[in-house]
Design a protein around this ligand. Structure first.
Ligand code: DAT
Length: 184
């Protein structure tokens, strides 16, 4: 079972694991899709994987979203995360094992941009307000800083196409550095 195969933290992976996190709508999927295409790394869309593997429990009526069965999801991902070469895309980050990630990028967007993007996605009422508040109060950035070593957490803005390309270049350079520093 995957649970018995927990990575030993000191054993090096063949390729890095990257976490891309941030409030819904900040541009995680857009970035991850292009990053995966550029690098050949595996894009793990956690929301999609959770749905496909029955890792969603009852529906939260207040927040209008299903509740994640975190233990089941983490057990199922353990083996693939030990291999490395993953880009994990999710709007929360504290429940992942710290040892899984070599670097964490927290995407940010300004309120007006985020509002328009979420409205365009059909968010309204409390769900819309909560997500905007989440970004204003930098909840995910604080969560990342509280969950991972400060020197691996990077805040990046993704509002314009130019920023998207700059972010891609920055992460690709980071990946190249990782391979340079982790040569066998
Ligand atoms: P997330 O995966 O964080 O929920 P997304 O990647 O689906 O966000 O992006 C939400 C919308 O914003 C989508 O219509 C694409 C657009 N978008 C994302 N990043 C952008 C950028 N840097 N420049 C312009 N539009 C962007």
């Amino acid at each position: 079972m995957a649970m018995d195969m927990e990575c030993v933290p000191n054993i090096k992976r063949d390729a890095p694991n990257i976490l891309i996190t941030g409030t819904p709508g900040v541009g995680k999927s857009t970035l991850c899709a292009q990053l995966a295409e550029k690098t050949g790394m595996r894009w793990l869309e956690i929301s999609k994987i959770a749905k496909e593997n029955n890792c969603l429990e009852e529906y939260d009526e207040e927040y209008k979203c299903p509740i994640l069965d975190e233990d089941k999801l983490l057990d199922g991902l353990e083996e693939i995360m030990c291999q490395g070469g993953n880009i994990v895309d999710y709007h929360s980050c504290e429940f992942f094992p710290e040892r899984w990630f070599d670097v964490v990028f927290v995407l940010r967007a300004d309120n007006t941009t985020l509002y328009d993007r979420l409205r365009g996605r059909g968010y309204e009422g409390k769900k819309l307000e909560d997500n905007i508040d989440c970004e204003i109060f930098q909840v995910i950035l604080d969560e990342a800083k509280n969950s991972y070593k400060a020197d691996i957490v990077h805040e990046i803005t993704s509002v314009t196409e130019v920023q998207l390309q700059e972010n891609l270049e920055r992460i690709v350079l980071w990946i190249q550095d990782w391979f340079r520093n982790n040569e066998c």
